[in-house]
Design a protein around this ligand. Structure first.
Ligand SMILES: NC(=O)c1ccc[n+]([C@@H]2O[C@H](COP(=O)([O-])OP(=O)(O)OC[C@H]3O[C@@H](n4cnc5c(N)ncnc54)[C@H](OP(=O)(O)O)[C@@H]3O)[C@@H](O)[C@H]2O)c1
Length: 257
């Protein structure tokens, strides 16, 4: 029987690249996002290319019941999720006071609450079976405060802290948790976060989605708890630990504006 992976935010970017890797390895896939047309095209491509089975779940993770709806979908079809990839997420560039509160609230719901709820729903069956893997998409942003993307950076700090804590609680259960922490990566993220006027993607070298996905896939299989791809990103994370916080927050502001 083939193993199953559930990937949120699988309609493009890092989620799509991860889906390709799992399909290539013979996994059955459950793909979640809002864009039905994109998901259906990906299903057709993956099923014909890799002869695997793909379920499409069209869901807006900013809706409060979304995680439970997804869990119910898999339960009703007796789909056992062996690997959970909490990848869906987005940012929003601009001063906090000037941003739209609904958008910030949706971001908190997608990036943190839905991720936490999906972990809770799927980790119990994983523990009962004595195996499972969870990959949560954090970011290099998780390590520092991010003026002009305050809620986004804070949401990724949540993902990192939560994933690390969970990984300790799950020791000995056969279930592992990995927080993947990419730096700027070429996907739809920049456009969706209105980062066109920010220095973030201009100043820092952008990795390709395929290489970041490959790194995350490998580190998840190796049961790494915190995975930071790329030399530059590792250097940033190391520097943040040494620099005073007041320097770090002003530095991030200078890079972003
Ligand atoms: N690209 C980077 O530089 C970078 C760096 C570090 C971390 N990350 C993180 O990597 C993850 C993937 O982002 P990406 O770079 O691949 O960006 P992307 O190309 O914009 O992909 C984002 C994915 O999330 C889905 N999504 C967004 N809002 C959603 C919602 N309300 N409900 C369900 N799905 C939703 C999108 O699908 P639909 O629009 O179809 O719903 C899409 O599949 C995010 O968590 C992001 O924070 C990205």
């Amino acid at each position: 029987m083939s193993r199953t992976v559930l990937i949120t935010g699988a309609s493009g970017g890092l989620g799509l690249e991860l889906a390709k890797l799992f399909a290539k390895d013979g996994y059955r896939l459950v793909l979640v996002a809002r864009s039905e047309d994109k998901l259906c095209a990906i299903k057709t491509y993956l099923e014909s290319q890799y002869h695997t089975e793909v379920d499409v779940v069209v869901k807006d993770l900013s809706r409060v019941n979304a995680a439970m709806d997804i869990f119910r979908y898999t339960k009703e079809r007796r789909i056992e999720v062996d690997i959970l990839i909490n990848n869906a997420g987005f940012g929003d560039f601009g001063s906090f006071a000037g941003t739209d509160l609904d958008k910030q609230s949706d971001m908190a719901q997608v990036n943190m609450i839905a991720l936490m709820q999906l972990c809770h729903l799927y980790v119990r069956p994983m523990i009962r079976r004595g195996n499972g893997k969870i990959l949560n998409m954090a970011s290099v942003a998780a390590f520092e405060p991010g003026p002009l993307m305050a809620v986004y950076y804070a949401s990724k700090a949540f993902v990192l802290s939560f994933s690390e804590a969970l990984s300790v609680e799950l020791k000995g259960t056969g279930v592992t948790v990995t927080a993947l922490c990419p730096g700027p990566t070429k996907t739809g993220f920049e456009e969706h976060a209105n980062l066109g006027s920010s220095g973030l993607f201009k100043h820092l070298k952008n990795a390709s989605a395929a290489e970041v996905a490959r790194y995350g896939y490998k580190k998840m299989k190796q049961r790494r708890v915190v995975a930071v791809p790329g030399f530059m990103n590792k250097a940033v994370v190391a520097a943040v630990h040494f620099l005073p916080r007041t320097v770090v927050r002003h530095l991030v502001y200078t890079i972003q504006k």
